[in-house]
Write a protein that binds this ligand. Structure first.
Ligand code: UT7
Length: 326
């Protein structure tokens, strides 16, 4: 049976940088608070005329170029996002059009920060079943468009950008070894966007009550994130008969350096095994793992046959893992 293997990675972020000192002028915060509580120093934010599909298309083009795959060869485009260009049509369809990937079926998935790994899991299964041979999975967000710039608890956290991978059905022992996806909807209120869906449709009230913007109970989410990502990592290793020491590169969702450090400690990983880039991008939700993976790939941090563990957690609540031999 053919394996799904990542043959190309790409990423794209806005040029505009928003530093912690810039945020000091917007809300009652300090560079010191943001740095010590989150590890974030700056984030990229979209300018007028830039949307989720802008960065997603660029990231996809870069991944396709690396893989040597032309858009016309694609069977499938899956975009993970909670900030699509429009509620419908799917951002994946806009990207299909931008790329002229005329043969590809295209759809979006909504699993918040776990969206990219959900996408990877779906496409891995479709490739395994023989339903697709070449696919793009993209995590892309413009979170700053649903950020409440009056809420210091959350506005310091988020950034914009996109990461993409090309997956191909290939024989051999390299590629995705396992994926696991999980959800617990009983915690949906901890992290959500109250308006812009059917529950709070557009009217004057939703703006007055600031409902189109992200609401998060950070502290609760923090605790659940550490536990769930530790469990997901252990589940992936157990499913493959591997030990923590087998991991060459661990990339978790980039939400908070204290979360990443806590998981690293629980899993007894060394600093060399753990990839961190959130100081430059903040939390980019579904885009954080594929952006980090692309950086690790392009800088030689991940090498052929390395064991790579991806681990995520986000609104839903959702959490997921993917283990691969690079
Ligand atoms: O991506 C999906 C998953 N999301 C996450 O994983 C996020 C998880 N949560 C977190 O990363 C952290 O909970 C936060 C970074 C959001 C908050 O850190 P915390 O250590 O949990 O702080 P806190 O919410 O308990 O707030 C501590 C204090 C509060 O003041 P009082 O009530 O103790 O006087 C806040 O009002 O820090 C205050 N505070 C701030 N102060 C300066 C909150 N935000 C800020 C701020 N600047 N930006």
């Amino acid at each position: 049976m053919a394996h799904a293997r990542i043959t190309g990675t790409g990423s794209a972020v806005p040029d505009k940088v928003l530093t912690n000192s810039d945020l000091e002028k917007i809300v009652d915060t300090t560079d010191e608070w943001i740095t010590t509580r989150t590890g974030i120093k700056e984030r990229r934010i979209a300018s007028e005329g830039e949307f989720t599909s802008t960065f997603a298309t660029k990231a996809a083009e870069r991944a396709l170029e690396m893989a040597g795959v032309s858009p016309g060869e694609l069977d499938l485009i899956v975009v993970a996002t909670v900030t699509p260009d429009f509620p419908f049509p799917a951002t994946a369809c806009l990207i299909q059009n931008n790329l002229k990937a005329t043969r590809a079926a295209a759809f979006d998935i909504s699993a918040a920060c776990s969206g990219f790994l959900y996408g990877l899991s779906i496409v891995n299964s479709l490739i395994g079943a023989g339903s697709a041979a070449k696919a793009l999975v993209i995590g892309a967000e413009t979170l700053t468009r649903i950020t409440d710039w009056n809420d210091r608890n959350s506005c310091v956290l988020f950034g914009d950008g996109a990461g993409a991978v090309v997956l191909e059905a290939l024989s051999g022992d390299r590629g995705i070894l396992s994926t696991h996806i999980h959800s617990d909807g009983s915690y949906w209120e901890l992290l959500h966007q109250p308006a812009c869906g059917s529950r709070n449709p557009a009217d004057i009230r939703i703006l007055e009550e600031r409902l189109p913007f992200i609401k998060m109970q950070g502290n609760e989410v923090f605790k659940l994130a550490v536990r769930a990502m530790e469990d997901a990592a252990n589940e992936a290793l157990a499913a493959n008969g591997m030990a923590k020491s087998d991991i060459d590169l661990f990339i978790s969702h980039q939400a908070n350096l204290r979360i990443i450090d806590a998981i690293g400690k629980r899993l007894k990983l060394s600093g060399k095994q753990v990839y961190v880039n959130l100081e430059r991008y903040g939390n980019t939700s579904a885009a954080s793992i594929p952006i980090a993976l692309d950086e690790a790939n392009r800088t030689g941090r991940v090498k052929e046959r390395d064991i790579v563990l991806l681990d995520s957690f986000g609104g839903g609540l959702t959490w997921a893992s993917a283990l691969m031999r690079w």
